[in-house]
Design a protein around this ligand. Structure first.
Ligand code: ADP
Ligand code: MG
Length: 244
């Protein structure tokens, strides 16, 4: 049964925001982008999330950990607006909050090129011309180490490259918040660390907030941001990773 009555604010959840250039100078304030208040989610009799309270701030990088089945994907889907919780409130901290998502199965189009997959992220409300979009795309491709693979089909790439393409596709439309479901699952530690460094760069340069679900405990230990931990649907820890 849907018990929630407070979704009036969700109308703007998926709408697009102006992105480049607008958010300079907001780092210090770190306003709340999105707040989950007592959010629960059930799939029939399975209580996947129980009374989650969480604030996501501007330019914050949050690591989400928890065993398989703890509720990570459900939480990410609720944050991105993909899923409506069965109980609780979601409060948008800003108008036109735009969230993009990297899914665990990536959802890339396998039999077309990297470039064609990435072109789908072109948004005319953000890029004034194809040329401007291509300039950003090429720069990002070089930063991610994907540029040399632009003309290859997705189904010819290894898992690590595919994940990078999926992350680029989620960054290109200029989200305020990006949620990623185990984006380093097919990477070894060194590659995962590199990808993480690249994301950190975009996190600070573009002030995009990131929620990153990960099993990779080694990576989490090296991480100096906020960490939240789920256990059987409960948020049991929220704090700075360096204290764990
Ligand atoms: P995680 O991503 O941490 O592995 P999930 O959010 O996928 O956890 O799942 C949390 C719980 O909800 C698990 O018990 C899982 O089996 C259950 N679950 C997830 N998705 C569905 C679904 N579509 N239908 C029924 N149960 C689901
Ligand atoms: Mg999952």
């Amino acid at each position: 049964m849907i018990k929630d009555q407070s979704f009036a604010s969700l109308g703007a959840h998926h709408s697009r925001a102006r992105f480049f250039g607008q958010e300079q100078g907001q780092l210090a304030a770190s306003p709340v982008l999105l707040e989950l208040v007592n959010v629960s989610h059930s799939y029939g009799k399975i209580d996947a999330l129980k009374g989650i309270n969480l604030q996501i701030r501007g330019s914050e990088f949050i690591f989400l950990t928890g065993a398989s089945g703890a509720g990570k994907s459900t939480l990410l889907n609720i944050i991105s607006g993909e899923l409506r919780p069965t109980f609780g409130n979601i409060v948008n901290g800003r108008e036109n909050l735009f969230v993009t998502q990297v899914f665990q199965d990536l959802k890339l189009i396998e039999n077309v090129s990297v470039l064609d997959n990435l072109r789908m992220a072109n948004d005319p409300t953000i890029y004034r011309s194809d040329r401007e979009f291509m300039n950003v795309l090429i720069e990002m491709g070089k930063v991610f180490g994907v540029y040399d693979a632009f003309n290859r089909r997705i189904n010819s790439l290894n898992g690590g490259l595919k994940q990078k393409v999926a992350i680029m596709r989620a960054l290109l439309p200029g989200p305020n918040l990006l949620v990623a479901d185990e984006p380093t699952s097919s990477l070894d530690f060194e590659s995962a660390k590199k990808l993480f460094d690249v994301l950190t760069y975009y996190n600070s340069k573009r002030t995009v907030s990131i929620v990153w679900a990960s099993h990779n405990r080694e990576l989490v230990r090296k991480f100096s941001g906020k960490m939240i931990h789920l256990e059987k649907g409960l948020l049991v820890h929220s704090g700075h990773a360096c204290f764990i």
